[in-house]
Design a protein around this ligand. Structure first.
Ligand SMILES: [Zn+2]
Length: 444
């Protein structure tokens, strides 16, 4: 008799080495070898990117497999063995956790926990209580904080909007060496697969975004709307080295799943990524390092917003805002510190309404058309050439056309978080899990 097991794990990587997805890719091969069948692509679930103790990308994995009892027992051993072997256990912040849950569908409580792990701050205690209540099993290494992400990955079934990422891995002898991925081939792939792949190349800088930097075992990753398109994209990319293995993951990348709309500024809380509306209180200003700051308010309160230097041209949109503009801001929320009050770090902005931009000029002479000179405060104006006077002390309001227009603005892809929904994805949102899987979604 076959049953279904969900295997969640997280927090295996560190800044130095390792990669949770690589453990997943190794396990895909090993679990199929012991006779298990995958009922979904491996799920790669990005969690709240704004909590201070996150690992590098804060990505957790869930493998969902079907098989008989002996094969599932063997799977448990294999998973624990691989997590132990490949985790950077000597690294202070790395606290891997593994969760196993047997059952067709994860309980609704796991799904709710997953949503909170994306948008809020949760504790290991909450995760362990759910594990006990629903007879799951949790195994933590060191501090075991990874149990949180492991449980969340099981609960996040990606039944709402989702995307795919095909990840390729380098052979051990190449890790740490420069990547030789051919830029022209990536451009060609982008042209042929757009808009069904995204964030391949940054249009402003021409920078290739599919390759990570440093000793990461990932050679490149292609993000897209279907397993078919990322598979086809792989065939178009010239890499200049042998690929050790590749796997297609189903993910919440590029979905904005972390952002939660709130009704008023008083509901904006630290570490809870948010979408909130307000009116700009003063003209934005540029601070040290080229970051642009402004504040918005509504009847409930006021909050600061920041567009950081890496958001590039996005800052010029923000700089064009003026007092009274109505906006909707999207982003993570940094807690107040001694230097800053609570700040929304902008991931995008929607300009809803523009205030009139008025400046005042001296009146023009009715005879020669030149600008008149003031005769002193409250004393009116005089044309120096024609000597014509004008008694009214009021300057003339001039309505300036606004440079910026209403609409949605998103920084260039190089500044995106994994979860940020890029412009090209608007209108391509999906609902429901895929009905089946393509042949050949991994190798070996
Ligand atoms: Zn004149």
């Amino acid at each position: 008799v076959n049953s279904i097991m969900h295997i969640g794990f997280d927090d295996t990587d560190s800044l130095r080495m390792g990669c949770t997805t690589y453990i997943a890719a190794l396990l895909v091969e090993k679990l199929e070898k012991v006779g298990l069948k995958f009922i979904d692509y491996p799920n790669l679930v990005r969690l709240n990117p704004n909590i201070p103790w996150k690992t590098r990308g804060n990505g957790a994995i869930c493998l969902r497999v079907s098989g008989d009892a002996p094969a599932l027992d063997e799977a448990r051993e294999l998973v624990l063995d691989q997590v132990e072997r490949w985790s950077d256990l000597d690294f202070p912040g790395t606290d891997p956790g593994v969760v196993f849950f047997c059952g067709t569908e994860p309980p609704i409580e796991f799904r709710e926990f997953a949503k909170r792990t994306l948008r809020d701050v949760v504790t290991k205690g909450e995760a362990l209580r759910l594990v006990r209540r629903f007879r799951a099993e949790a195994i933590g290494f060191k501090g075991g904080r990874g149990v949180i992400g492991g449980l969340a990955a099981i609960g996040e079934t990606l039944s709402e909007d989702h995307t795919y990422e095909l990840l390729t891995y380098r052979r051990p002898e190449n890790r740490g060496k420069d990547r030789k991925v051919d830029v022209k081939s990536v451009s060609r792939m982008e042209r042929e697969t757009s808009p069904f792949t995204f964030s391949n190349i940054d249009p402003e800088t021409g920078r290739v975004l599919i390759t990570p930097r440093g000793p990461d075992p990932v050679l490149y990753g292609v993000r897209g709307e279907s397993a078919q398109v990322v598979r086809a994209a792989m065939g178009m990319i010239d890499v200049g080295e042998d690929v050790e293995r590749w796997v297609i993951f189903r993910t919440n990348h590029g979905t904005d799943a972390h952002l939660r709309p709130v009704r008023s500024i008083s509901e904006v809380k630290a570490y809870r990524p948010v979408i909130v509306r307000g009116d700009v209180t003063e003209k934005p200003w540029t601070g040290i390092g080229g970051h642009v700051y402004f504040a918005i308010h509504d009847s409930s309160g006021k909050v600061n917003c920041a567009a950081y230097e890496p958001t590039g041209s996005f800052r010029s949109v923000v700089k064009d805002l003026i007092e009274g503009d109505s906006v909707e801001v999207y982003g993570g929320v940094r807690p107040p510190s001694s230097k800053h009050s609570m700040t929304v770090n902008l991931e995008k902005i929607r300009i809803l309404g523009l205030a009139p931009q008025v400046t005042y000029q001296n009146p023009r002479c009715s005879v020669c058309g030149r600008s008149m000179k003031s005769m002193g405060r409250g004393k009116g104006f005089r044309c120096e050439r024609c000597k014509i006077k004008r008694r009214s002390p009021d300057r003339i309001p001039i309505l300036f056309p606004r440079v910026v227009s209403t609409g949605l603005y998103i920084p260039p892809p190089r500044a995106h978080r994994h979860l940020t929904k890029p412009m090209v994805r608007y209108g391509q949102e999906k609902t429901g899990c895929p009905k089946g899987m393509i042949d050949g979604w991994h190798s070996p």
